[in-house]
Design a protein around this ligand. Structure first.
Ligand code: C5P
Length: 225
C-alpha cells in the first residue's frame, strides 16, 4: 500500500502570538512543520505535500527535506486540505492528513494508522479518552447538562483514508461548509470512521503554553526515537 501525506500548515497561528506563520515557529530549533513532515516519513508515508500560507513557499522550502511538495493553502483548514489533496494526485492508495501543529506526534501513531488502512479501514483516526468531567453550559456559563464521558474520545491527526474515498467525500462537500477535521468530511459522506490509539505527545500547539510544554518534552522524545 502506498501512502501520501498532506500536512495542513497554512494557518496563521494568531493564537500563538508569533511573528511568523505558526508552522514556521521553532521547537527546539526545528520549525513545527519540519517535525510533522519527518514524523510522517519516519512512520512509513512515501511522500508528502505541505499546504503553506500564500507567499511563504520559499520560507517553507528552506526548512523542509528535498522532495516535499508545497502548495498554497486556503483561508480555512478545509480549503487548505482540498488544495493539498488536489496536489497529491492519484498515484497513492492512501492519504494521511496531518496538522503541522502536532509536531511531537510519535511515528508509531502514523504506523498504527497505516496498519488499520492496510487491514481494510476506509477512514481511521487516532483518539484518546476524555479524562475530565465534561459538561454543557448555556450562554451565561451555567451548567445545563453533564455528558457521560466513557464513550467520548479526543480526535488527533494524522487521519488516514483510502485516497479515493477522501477525494469523493471532499467533492461531495458543499462549498462553504467548513469542518474542523477530515474524518468529519468522510462521515458527512456516510463513510464509517474507525479508531486507533492516539498519543498525548500528538497534542496540538495552539497557545504559547502548548509550545512551552512541547519544549519540555523534546529531550526525552529524541532519546526514545
Ligand atoms: O486552526 P487549527 O488549530 O484547527 O489548525 C489546524 C491545522 O490546520 C494547523 O496545522 C494549521 O496550520 C492548518 N490550517 C491550514 N489552513 C488554514 C487554517 C489552518 O492549513 N487556513
Amino acid at each position: 500500500m502506498s501512502a501520501v501525506g498532506v500536512v495542513a500548515a497554512a494557518g496563521s497561528g494568531s493564537r500563538l502570538g508569533a511573528d511568523r506563520p505558526k508552522a514556521l515557529v521553532p521547537l527546539a530549533g526545528r520549525p513545527l512543520v519540519a517535525w510533522s513532515v519527518l514524523t510522517l516519513l519516519d512512520g512509513g508515508v512515501d511522500e508528502v505535500v505541505v499546504t503553506v500560507p500564500a507567499g511563504e513557499r520559499d520560507a517553507f522550502a528552506a526548512v523542509l527535506p528535498a522532495g516535499v511538495r508545497l502548495v498554497d493553502g486556503g483561508t480555512t483548514r478545509t480549503a487548505s486540505v482540498r488544495a493539498g489533496l488536489a496536489a497529491a494526485g492519484d498515484g497513492a492508495d492512501a492519504v494521511l492528513v496531518h496538522d503541522a501543529a502536532r509536531p511531537l506526534t510519535p511515528p508509531a501513531v502514523v504506523t498504527r494508522v497505516l496498519a488499520a488502512l492496510a487491514a481494510g479501514a476506509r477512514a481511521v483516526v487516532p483518539v484518546l479518552p476524555v479524562v475530565d468531567t465534561t459538561v454543557v453550559v448555556d450562554a451565561d456559563g451555567v451548567v445545563t447538562d453533564a455528558v457521560p464521558r466513557a464513550p467520548l474520545r479526543r480526535v488527533q491527526t494524522p487521519q488516514g483514508f483510502d485516497r479515493a474515498t477522501l477525494v469523493a467525500a471532499y467533492a461531495a462537500l458543499a462549498d462553504g461548509v467548513e469542518l474542523t477535521d477530515d474524518a468529519a468530511v468522510v462521515r458527512a459522506a456516510g463513510v464509517p470512521v474507525t479508531t486507533v490509539a492516539g498519543d498525548e505527545r500528538a497534542a496540538k500547539v495552539t497557545v504559547p503554553h502548548d509550545l512551552h510544554l512541547a519544549e519540555l518534552q523534546v529531550p526525552g522524545l529524541q532519546a526514545a526515537r
